[in-house]
Design a protein around this ligand. Sequence first.
Ligand code: AMP
Ligand code: ZN
Length: 459
Amino acid sequence: MPLFLHNTLGQKKEAFVPLDPAHVRMYVCGPTVYDRAHIGNARPVVVFDVLYRLLKRLYPRVTYVRNITDVDDKINAASKQRGEPIEAITGRTARWYREDMGALGALPPDVEPRATQHVGEMIAMIAVLVQRGHAYEAEGHVLFNVPSMPEYGQLSRRSTDDMMAGARVDVAPYKKSPFDFVLWKPSTPDLPGWDSPWGRGRPGWHIECSAMARKYLGVTFDIHGGGQDLIFPHHENEIAQSRCCHDAPMARYWLHNGFLSIDSEKMSKSLGNIVTVNDLLAEDIAGEAIRLTLLGAQYHQPMDFSREALRQSQATLDHLYTTLRAAADVAPADGDDVPLDVLAALEDDLNTPLAIAHLHELATRLNKATTPAEKARAKAALLASGRLLGLLAAEPEAWFRRGAAGEMPPEAIERAIQARAAARKARNFAEADRVRAELKAAGVDLEDTPKGTIWRRTR
Ligand code: AMP
Ligand code: ZN
């Protein structure tokens, strides 16, 4: 079955036909680095990681580019507010981002360009847009002139009339049309800036992606992704800049993930309900449990994230790892045996909930297998399917030694074991038994072996 993807451009599922089947190219808008990534920011990362893994399986070569926006007014504001240099903030936040997304099993993209290292390319594109009459200079700014592009609004299906109705009253006086957007803006000496034909300044956000995508993927490439909120204005403006600069379409398939809410509420600073990936990891919640939760809904649907959903994911993974632990002695059969139904689910616009349901069936198959050959094949199928989804990468024993949502952290368990050992040494068996019972109530079983006491979670 060919790959089908929901293309925002056509607003329907379309068969994916790469421009060059020997080399598929994908760009996903990355983070603006001034704060820890929250769980909503992790959704596009995990979703597009599954697509990346699938594309790598289907095509001989894939180039995946995900940028880092390290010049932005929010970064400047954070630097001023915290009294910390910009580079310190962006460098640290980019490192955190890599660590947190790595903990969710996301493969690093092939190229991770930073905006500040591509300002020359942005200036060159802006100059072409000015020269072609699609952009103009006004009061140190360079603006893209939206009325110069009759097809503007195709991605978000907005006509200029709709936009006119929604136009804000406080439009900057130097704009020819209220929809015109900034390609370049002047910087005061205290702000980051680069020399340009329009004076010292800094780029607008949209031009960053157009310039970096062009550099690493070419004028027209296959897939462009990001969260739904980016459709307008960010992606609409990327399209406008790239098309008017190159006389060619930017990307052929535009994919957008739906938004994630928390406990049925929008995540926002004012509600104080923002959960970062790092908050969850710090609670010793497994990255795979977070990942599975994020894959529990098909990517373009809205999804609600909750502790209960996390707990269920943990239970699902416990179940799958229990099966793998029971089959620890089985050597998986050779070859990359992703069963056709798992592949078909993912090829159908990344139907991850269905693919996950198939993982359960594969676990059942492994549990029921009787002959060594059957077991070897079933184990290989389960592991290969897990790999395609970025799951089941842990050693089963290691999995059961880690904590889960609301569970006793490993250090606390180790401390309790030491306290029990001390009580036994002091022949205070009542106390030793009490500690053991307390651990049991917390879902931890102890086993005394000649090498010492080992522990294992029971749920
Ligand atoms: P930002 O750093 O705000 O530009 O966001 C980075 C990525 O996260 C973008 O692709 C956004 O669309 C996406 N994103 C932000 N918030 C959410 C959310 N609540 N649910 C899903 N995706 C989100
Ligand atoms: Zn972008």
